[in-house]
Design a protein around this ligand. Structure first.
Ligand SMILES: Nc1nc2c(ncn2[C@@H]2O[C@H](COP(=O)(O)OP(=O)(O)OP(=O)(O)O)[C@@H](O)[C@H]2O)c(=O)[nH]1
Ligand SMILES: [Mg+2]
Length: 429
């Protein structure tokens, strides 16, 4: 689909189309069949569907023409070139959404939700982004903003007309601010979980060589992703694959066995294993259950979030394994214990992301999360200032809080901030 937006959109696209009525006379928001022609030779290049959305009722708030062509990249490039030579220019990443924001069609929280929707990798992440796109977060923030303004206005009155009721007004204001802070803290917790749903978690399979890590990765993925062999030290590079648990993308990393390296190649593999361990939210410590447990790997991973797996459970378990910390017995060969392991992994995922189907969930951009953290802090010091300092000091905090709330919605944000937000979008959005 080719989207053209701006006051000249219709005039620029019109010469490329042949249709029953001229483009300028198209009824708005109606899909019509058109022929796309080379304006110079008159040669027809495609049969397409065209919609005109007249300002201000369009995505960007400007006149928009959308052409749904056949999907050949060469065809799309050709038609785009004609449109550009007719006076348009290529859109920058996220520019349509940026215009939508600048023209007041959506607020900044919704604009950022567009990026979240594009990046959503599971149905659950899509549902969260859809709620943000529909204004879920914005709505709550706007209500909070109104309440904050009310508190500030009340305190300004106290400042201007001090009388005997001051003490009671200030107590009520402090309660109101504490309530707002509780709300913000609840959203922060919920948005952090939403972030996990969106970003997913990373789980590294680590252990001594030959323990069955790669076999377990393949069994969890349900396909032959990694090479398996009886030769210790088979895996060198980190191999990854993603599954969805509780609606959350879970990225599994298979790593080189941790041992004293025999050569430079193995040393590099082990260095990468440690890097994967550092980057992971959870470790699956895979030990071969048919031999004595590798104490070194166990010691190395204590203190990290981990699940200990006794692999090769189809073989007789070695007596020393009875003394292992809590662990799951699994056979990649027979499939025994895989369900239990997946249940444990799902529980771990839900601990970080909340349970699937949590309808109160919100997802926020990292920028919004940072602002919410700062806001909580500012409200806290505002309430504390009200208890002991002159009213003016508390008002400084509360007005800063108001700026922070505004920044979430995009009130008075600088061009530099907008540049940073929209440069992360892909072209055409
Ligand atoms: N009996 C049995 N053998 C297994 C099982 N899982 C893996 N093996 C065997 O154990 C050997 C090593 O398996 P891998 O999956 O390559 O082990 P790894 O931990 O990835 O090994 P490195 O990459 O060398 O560190 C292979 O011969 C596998 O066939 C299992 O569940 N049962
Ligand atoms: Mg391996």
């Amino acid at each position: 689909m080719i989207r053209v937006s701006g006051p000249d959109a219709i005039a620029i696209v019109a010469p490329l189309l042949r249709s029953a009525i001229p483009l300028a006379a198209f009824p708005s928001h109606t899909l019509r069949r058109v022929a796309i022609v080379d304006a110079k030779s008159g040669e027809r290049v495609d049969d397409a569907l065209c919609a005109v959305m007249q300002a201000p009722r369009s995505y960007t708030g400007e006149d928009v023409v959308e052409l749904s062509c056949h999907g050949s990249p060469s065809l799309l490039r050709l038609v785009t070139q004609w449109i550009v030579s007719g006076g348009a220019r290529l859109a920058q990443p996220g520019e349509f959404t940026r215009r939508a924001f600048c023209n007041g069609r959506i607020d900044l929280a919704q604009a950022e939700a567009v990026a979240l929707m594009i990046g959503a990798r599971t149905e659950r992440a899509v549902a969260l982004a859809a709620r943000a796109l529909a204004g879920g977060l914005s709505e709550r923030v706007r209500v909070l903003r109104d309440q904050l303004i009310e508190v500030i206005a009340g305190l300004e009155v106290v400042l201007d007309f001090p009388d005997e009721r001051v003490a009671c007004d200030i107590d009520a204001a402090r309660d109101a601010i504490e309530r707002l802070r509780t709300d913000v803290d609840r959203w922060r917790a919920s948005a952090r979980q939403g972030r996990v749903v969106h970003d997913g978690i990373t789980v590294a399979l680590v252990g001594p060589p030959n323990a069955g890590k790669s076999s377990l990765l393949n069994a969890l993925l349900g396909r032959d992703r990694a090479i398996v062999s009886p030769v210790p030290g088979t895996t060198r590079d980190v191999v990854d694959g993603t599954i969805a648990l509780a609606g959350v993308p879970v990225r599994l990393l298979d790593t080189a066995g941790l041992d004293v390296p025999r050569d430079a190649l193995e040393a590099e593999g082990i260095r990468r294993s440690h890097q994967a361990i550092d980057e992971s939210d959870l470790l699956l410590v895979v030990l071969d259950g048919s031999i004595p447990p590798d104490r070194r790997v166990l010691a190395e991973t204590t203190g990290r979030a981990r699940l200990v797996v006794r692999a090769k459970s189809d073989l007789a378990s070695h007596a020393e394994n009875a003394a292992l910390p809590e662990s799951v017995a699994v056979s990649a060969l027979s499939g025994h214990g895989l369900d239990t392991l997946l249940e444990c992994l799902t529980r771990e995922t839900e601990q970080r992301a909340g349970a699937a189907g949590d309808e109160g969930g919100v997802v926020a951009s990292l920028r919004q999360l940072e602002l919410m953290d700062a806001l909580s802090q500012t409200l806290h010091s505002g309430a504390a200032a009200l208890a002991e300092l002159p009213l003016e000091a508390a008002l400084v905090d509360l007005k800063l809080a108001l700026d922070q709330v505004g920044a979430i919605l995009g009130v008075d944000v600088s061009d530099a901030v907008l540049d940073r937000i929209f440069s992360a979008f892909c072209l055409g959005k």
